[in-house]
Design a protein around this ligand. Structure first.
Ligand SMILES: Cc1cc2nc3c(=O)[nH]c(=O)nc-3n(C[C@H](O)[C@H](O)[C@H](O)COP(=O)(O)O)c2cc1C
Ligand code: SF4
Length: 431
């Protein structure tokens, strides 16, 4: 189901004339005829859940921001896309930058902000250039700058800020610090960013896909947007499928309209396992939970996944076959968190290193009885004591494995790796 990406790649997404020929700027043309309350009501009704990871309702976030009187206000698009296995925003930024720009302009118009920033990860250097080209063409055609579309007082500009490779800078308060030129470390909240954001002024932060979805909502209407998805979560989602599947790629699917099984095995989607049978899949990046074959019939939408303790997260869907050891996989996940910790708080700075040491010894055949319980306690403590979402989510993958495949961890306590991929003893059933 292609709604957002229907024409992606078939025209020059940086060219306003071509964008308009493919339905571009219809949403903004509609928005400028609406009152602020009408725009907010439509967004609330659409049930757009943020696509950056936390799935916070966009309508609620915008309404909170609208009630803040302090001016000026800022709009920030989070295009850091640092979550491993996530590459869906890249497609939007590269193929349809004007869709993102239109979405950010709708936000500016609605919340009376005259300045927007887009924080694009440093690794997307070429995309930054493409995006700048689109900004320039929008300015040339009167869709950015002063008196947009000839409407007196409708002023809005967008500035690109480049990231420098730190995963934590995707966390919205660290991102704002980075925009200000400070070290990219998360802030303690409250105060919330809607009140004290970039340069200590009210700021709205949304993800690239969330902004892009606005062009669908204000063109098709909230009720159609909800029909495309499910009642509790409207629209489509872009899913980045990768790993041991035949057809890795970004797929747009109606929320709740496909199952996890479809994402892996449907010939139009993942295309099936590449070689060996499926063992597990990791949803939403390193911060997300891991799912198993017995959960494959779960529909892909926020509510259904939540019932299974799974989540949409950042849209990453990493599929792993039987050759991969779960404990070793979790070791790599923890290595990532330990590496990316900004060091500001002790549970994360020290705790992720300790958890990594424990997982490493399990993988090296040096495990000790009770290590699994110790690991569970340790990651539970880290996530509940950490100051920001980075370490608050570092337990998700491990906890889901312990819920469903505890035996594989217990075997490692005795120097046995059931998949034989840790270079350790085979279980007696394999020998
Ligand atoms: C460590 C960390 C990294 C994050 N990285 C990203 C990211 O790369 N892109 C993103 O949109 N959100 C990321 N987020 C979530 C943002 O903090 C924020 O919730 C999001 O940008 C809000 O947009 P949304 O409501 O449209 O989802 C990250 C969160 C954490 C804790
Ligand atoms: S949880 Fe980790 S990344 Fe977040 S503030 Fe603490 S040390 Fe930094």
């Amino acid at each position: 189901m292609k709604i957002l990406t229907e024409f992606a790649g078939s025209y020059d997404g940086t060219n306003v004339a071509e964008y308009k020929a493919h339905g571009g700027y219809q949403a903004l043309a509609h928005v400028v005829t609406m009152s602020q309350q009408e725009i907010l009501d439509e967004l609330l009704d659409a049930q757009l859940l943020g696509r950056g990871g936390a799935a916070y309702p966009a309508g609620r976030k915008w309404s909170q921001m609208a009630h803040i009187k302090e001016m000026p206000k800022y709009i920030v698009c989070n295009a850091d896309e640092g979550e491993p296995g996530t590459f869906k925003d890249r497609e939007l930024l590269r193929d349809q930058p004007l869709t993102v720009i239109e979405g950010m302009t709708i936000a500016g118009r609605t919340l009376h902000a005259e300045r927007g920033f887009i924080y694009i990860r440093g690794e997307y250097r070429n995309i930054q250039k493409t995006f700048q080209k689109a900004i320039d063409d929008a300015e040339k055609n009167g869709y950015l700058g002063r008196n947009i579309m000839g409407i007196e007082g409708f002023n809005y500009t967008i500035t690109i800020v480049s990231g420098a490779g730190a995963y934590v800078c995707g966390e919205n308060s660290a991102l704002l610090n980075s925009i200000e030129g400070k070290a990219g470390r998360p802030r303690i909240k409250p105060p919330h960013l809607a009140e004290v954001g970039v340069y200590s002024l009210p700021t709205l932060v949304n993800n690239v896909e969330s902004f892009s979805d606005l062009t669908v909502i204000y063109t098709l209407g909230a009720s159609r947007f909800k029909e495309i998805g499910v009642e509790s979560s409207g629209g489509t989602a872009l899913v980045a499928v990768c790993g041991h599947v035949r057809k890795p790629g970004v797929y747009e699917v109606g929320l709740g309209k496909v199952t996890l099984r479809d994402l892996i095995y449907d010939p139009e989607l993942g295309g099936g396992m590449y070689d060996k049978p499926l063992k597990f899949y990791h949803l939403g990046g390193q911060s997300g939970p891991i799912g198993f074959p017995e959960q494959l019939d779960t529909p892909f939408d926020h509510e259904s996944l939540k019932k299974e303790k799974l989540s949409v997260g950042s849209g990453a869907f990493v599929v792993m076959d039987e050759s991969v050891c779960l404990v070793d996989y979790c070791r790599k996940v923890m290595e990532f968190f330990a590496d990316e910790s900004c060091g500001k708080c002790t549970p994360c700075r020290i705790g992720t290193e300790r958890a990594l040491q424990l997982l490493t010894r399990l993988c090296e055949g040096k495990g000790q009885e009770g290590d699994t319980d110790k690991l569970e306690y340790m990651v539970g403590q880290i996530s509940s004591l950490a100051a920001c979402g980075l370490a608050q989510a570092c337990d998700k993958a491990i906890m889901s494995c312990l819920r469903h495949r505890r035996d594989e961890f217990l075997a490692h306590e005795h120097g046995i790796c059931p998949t034989l991929s840790c270079n350790m003893k085979a279980p007696s059933s394999v020998l």
